[in-house]
Design a protein around this ligand. Structure first.
Ligand SMILES: Cc1cc2nc3c(=O)[nH]c(=O)nc-3n(C[C@H](O)[C@H](O)[C@H](O)COP(=O)(O)OP(=O)(O)OC[C@H]3O[C@@H](n4cnc5c(N)ncnc54)[C@H](O)[C@@H]3O)c2cc1C
Length: 350
């Protein structure tokens, strides 16, 4: 569909399709199209490449609003934007010119398969390896988690060389030897179409190397995992649950104290998020906020479910979806320090 939409109109479309996007393993086409029509596909892409280049704070607020309407669609966007940002920050002008304008207009879709360098399979041998040859690089293994994989034209991924050094690469979908598995059967966010991507003797030209070889190629760009975006999405989802609690509390006095406490906590964390986005966040500060945002989204969504009672347990009610989706923040891009701090926040009282 053509014609532009305001963000409010796009949010209405996302909210209308949120239950289906969560429950059905197919591409949320109407919601993605709404993102395109309201300009959200250009938010993270600089103006010179056809985007609108939002400032970090504006971008986080945009993600929050999208996450509150449909976490699945917002998650897809956040993974695509992670690929866009790594391209943008790579200094690889040829690939930037080739890919960023097409990503900004929605003609192409890219995603990331990076967890094998950070939070997945760290206790086993590298699952995606590469060998540098004179004019090319050869890939062998798997990207264990790739959101939106069946829809992707390009995969931004991380590989490990024989000597332990790492590289970031852009892998075109059409590369011979690359195959995308079936979408995994998930407890929530089914429309994210998360799948494994396999590389069997994939040969790439060297121009697809985005960064490295380096010892810790993700740290080199200054962007580790568990950044502010994940906390922003958690707070966005929490806000929907809290708004529901506040509405219930208007007619049910027994919910007033809890609704007010959640809203107050949300405000405190929102201020912290804004401050870190303005001033820059080191890994410890980002991890600390992530833990608190995780704890709030888990509690607020469970309070909303409890307030909705048995009716909230029905698939037709958003409370059960929020509660299931909140669990995602325990496992998505959650490095050990952030998980440890989350579990401390959730610890049982003595
Ligand atoms: C829905 C979904 C979408 C995602 N999308 C993306 C994406 O688009 N891009 C991306 O890069 N990542 C993505 N991720 C990956 C995510 O960020 C984490 O990396 C992932 O959830 C880590 O889980 P894992 O099972 O791979 O961890 P692993 O650490 O590999 O754990 C797997 C299993 O190994 C065992 N184990 C773990 N540690 C040890 C140990 N020290 N010793 C012995 N056994 C151990 C446990 O039994 C565990 O169940 C996604 C994850 C999910 C759930």
């Amino acid at each position: 569909m053509n014609g532009s939409l305001t963000l409010e109109q796009a949010l209405d479309i996302l909210e209308k399709h949120a239950a289906e996007a969560d429950a059905v393993p197919s591409w949320p086409a109407s919601s993605w199209d709404a993102l395109r029509r309201c300009g959200a596909l250009g938010w993270s892409i600089p103006r010179e490449y056809g985007g609108s280049g939002l400032e970090p704070l504006e971008l986080l607020e945009g993600y929050q609003r999208l996450a509150g309407a449909c976490l699945t669609t917002c998650f897809l966007l956040s993974q695509r934007d992670s690929a866009c940002r790594r391209l943008r920050d790579s200094g690889h002008e040829e690939l930037r010119r080739e890919l960023l304008p097409a990503l900004a207009s929605g003609q192409r879709f890219a995603t990331v398969g990076l967890a094998q360098l950070t939070t997945s399979r760290q206790h086993v041998r590298p699952v995606l390896t590469a060998r540098l040859e004179e004019e090319s690089v050869r890939l062998e293994g798997t990207m264990p988690w790739v959101t939106g994989a069946p829809q992707a034209d390009h995969f931004l991924t991380g590989v490990v060389l024989d000597d332990g050094r790492q590289m970031l690469l852009v892998v075109p979908r059409t590369a011979a030897g690359l195959s995308v598995g079936s979408p995994m059967d998930l407890m929530a966010l089914e429309g994210s179409l998360t799948a494994e991507v396999r590389c069997q003797d994939v040969r790439l030209e060297r121009r697809y190397i985005l960064a490295g070889p380096a010892e810790r190629v993700l740290a080199a760009g200054g962007r580790g995992t568990g950044g502010l975006e994940t906390s922003g999405l958690a707070l966005g989802l929490a806000r929907s649950a809290i708004a529901y609690l506040q509405k219930e509390a208007e007619k049910r006095p027994e919910w007033q104290a809890r609704a007010a406490a959640c809203a107050e906590r949300w405000q405190v964390l929102q201020e912290q998020l804004r401050r870190l986005a303005r001033e820059g966040a080191d890994a410890a500060a980002a991890s600390n906020l992530r833990a608190k945002a995780n704890a709030l989204v888990l509690r607020a969504t469970q309070f909303a479910l409890a307030a909705a009672k048995g009716s909230g347990f029905l698939r037709s009610h958003p409370a059960q979806r929020w509660a299931r989706q909140a669990l995602f923040f325990l496992v998505w891009s959650c490095p050990a320090p952030a998980l440890d701090a989350t579990l401390t926040c959730l610890a049982l009282p003595e």
